[in-house]
Design a protein around this ligand. Structure first.
Ligand code: FES
Length: 289
């Protein structure tokens, strides 16, 4: 590709207050301003980024591709895909909950209020709520709960009841409980440390919800065990569900095919791009992690 030497390509990204010359486009590149970036528990951090209004179109289950700053002066080559934790339209901000695991998130952890942060998106197909669903069950573990948290916002807007089963190693790393409860969800915490996260116990909790007609659909992310459990109970009781898949990505918009995963559709194995056809899929078609 030949670049035009007279064009300022960095101007393609929208800053707060810019006039968008292509307001109907679904995806854009944005220069946000960090409002806060702080630790929430032993392992996770929460960043709030003020953004152009176009970026606030993101919905539950979608992600942004983040241009993380370098933590050490050397280049960070790839953007990092990250699902949206919350869209706060009133504050004009998108929020992410993340764990520092590599150089990109290490650089992200160093961002200070007032710093610029380049994000591209929103990308992918997120969660959908069917009008017939009056009560849903959300089950997740670890950072998967950050992906599921915006569902409580979507459900609250549509008058749908939510029971969130929050699975974690111990109480110190339970994720998103406050946000689920703030938006009206009932939460059930299950832990490895006291044995309540065992599949048999979670199954008992879900069976009680099914008996009480509180489980019109399942939503899960972050645990193969929980996916297998909801697939089994979904088949047994004919309850539909959706799963948000996690996967390594490069381009984030369907061009490189790095993020392919196997799915089983009508008895046949098929490959799909998590970034483009997902990251949210029919729970029964997912083969798991
Ligand atoms: Fe490139 Fe999905 S990350 S196709």
């Amino acid at each position: 590709m030949t670049l035009d030497p007279n064009h300022n390509y960095s101007n393609a990204a929208l800053r707060i207050g810019d006039v968008d010359r292509y307001p109907r486009r679904r995806v854009g590149e944005f220069i946000g301003i960090v409002a806060s970036n702080a630790g929430v528990n032993d392992e996770y951090r929460h960043i709030v980024v003020k953004v152009h209004e176009q970026a606030l179109k993101a919905y539950a289950g979608q992600m942004f591709h983040l241009l993380c700053p370098s933590p050490d002066g050397a280049e960070v080559w790839m953007r990092r895909p990250m699902s949206v934790y919350r869209v706060d339209k009133a504050a004009g901000a998108v929020e992410f909950l993340y764990k520092i695991e590599g150089r990109g998130t290490r650089g992200m952890g160093k961002l200070q209020p007032g710093d610029e942060f380049n994000i591209a998106g929103p990308l992918g197909a997120g969660f959908k709520l069917e009008p017939a669903w009056k009560n849903i069950v959300v089950l997740g573990r670890g950072v998967g709960l950050a992906t599921l948290a915006p569902l409580s916002q979507l459900a609250a807007e549509q008058g749908v009841g939510v029971t969130a089963i929050l699975s974690a190693r111990h109480q110190g790393v339970v994720m998103s409980k406050a946000l689920f409860e703030e938006l009206g969800a009932r939460t059930v915490t299950v832990l490895d440390s006291d044995g309540t996260s065992a599949v048999e116990n979670v199954e008992r909790v879900i069976e009680e919800l099914i008996a009480a007609r509180k489980a019109d659909a399942f939503f899960t992310c972050g645990s193969n065990r929980l996916l297998k459990l909801t697939q089994r109970l979904g088949k047994k009781h004919n309850i539909p569900g959706q799963v948000a898949m996690e996967q390594i990505m490069v381009c984030g918009f369907g061009a490189c095919y790095v993020c392919m995963r196997t799915f089983e559709v009508d008895g046949k194995r098929v490959l799909r791009r998590v970034c483009r056809e997902g990251p949210v899929f029919n729970m029964q078609e997912a083969v798991g992690w």
